[in-house]
Design a protein around this ligand. Sequence first.
Ligand SMILES: *Cc1c(COP(=O)(O)O)cnc(C)c1O
Length: 384
Amino acid sequence: MGQQKTVWDNPADVIRHLAPEHPVMVFAPTVLQDRARQFIDGFPGLVTYAVKSNPDEVVIQNLVAAGIKGFDVASPFEIDLIGRMAPDAARHYHNPVRGRSEIAHAVQQGITSWSVDSRSELDKLFDQLPTHVEGQGVEISPRFKLPVLGAAYDFGSKFGASPELAAELLSEVARRGYVPSLTFHPGTQCTDPIAWESYIRVAKDICDQAGVRAVRLNVGGGFPSHRVVGVEPDLASIFQEIGDTTTEMFGADAPALVCEPGRGLCADAFSLITRVKGIRDGGDVFLNDGVYGGLAELPIIGNIDRIEVLDPQGNPRGADASGRVIFGPTCDSVDRLPGELGLPADTQEGDYVIFHGAGAYSTVTNTRFNGFGAMTRATVMRLS
Ligand SMILES: *Cc1c(COP(=O)(O)O)cnc(C)c1O
């Protein structure tokens, strides 16, 4: 192929030059850095990145370059990854249930921020955690939950104490000499600021009930990415609501705010190029990627409809769109996108379907099921 470029102009350039047979995840570092700065400048507190949403080293590197100084880590692997790639950054170990060997590893790595949502797990932390590391207090944040509001997916079904239990845990944390803080996760892809507002109000009740001033309040992830045409994430309104509600509820005694976006930071910096393998008798469309690959999340939180169809020369197909059933490449009948997606009527075998905003929970959950999943990567200047 002659001299191969390492940075392409945009997805069409990748298609024209490589005619990729496998799915390609294209990454625009400038888009990621811009989004990171939007969070850093707009969020009224510390911005940490939830590593699980996309732990690619280029993502971590670009976030550090943009000024991200903290990371939400959930496993020994993620603790070590950030320790190696961003040794000066804060690491918050916010997986509320951990094995004793995982706790020991994190203690040995110098982790000083922990979350918890039960008495049994808090007792494990008390057994293994010092109250201070090099003169700095060790922070334990009870994580609480409310009924789900405005999220695409309910995180509360797995983690989070009731407000009553959170109050008990918070007072116990303070009594034992640890730094008492609170955390919650409102659910992922929350487009409505009300999700945060109601949690922050309850955080104040929990502090009052416990008789403890929380040092920090971590308002979780859940910040939306741009998945649906015409529904642009309004991060500024969400930041405003979080700041205003915190001031209204806590006044001068307000805890320092922290957030831990995953998808809201990384998703929109990536687009996934898939190829049409076949259009079965003019109807159902089969792509070379699906729910066992880069589109794993779509059945759980809904379709990405920010799609474009390009012909093999990289030109857009322009006919009016009509609804199509879209299948992935495996022989499993679950491998189907929800409902139907609008594709241009002139879409043909060999065309490319690009899903924009595909960078979260995609590269990292890609499987090799049925022999598929050989996803390649490309760096681009722009995503369209
Ligand atoms: C997954 C996760 C996040 C990130 O969630 P997004 O919805 O991707 O922003 C943040 N905090 C914790 C504790 C998580 O488990």
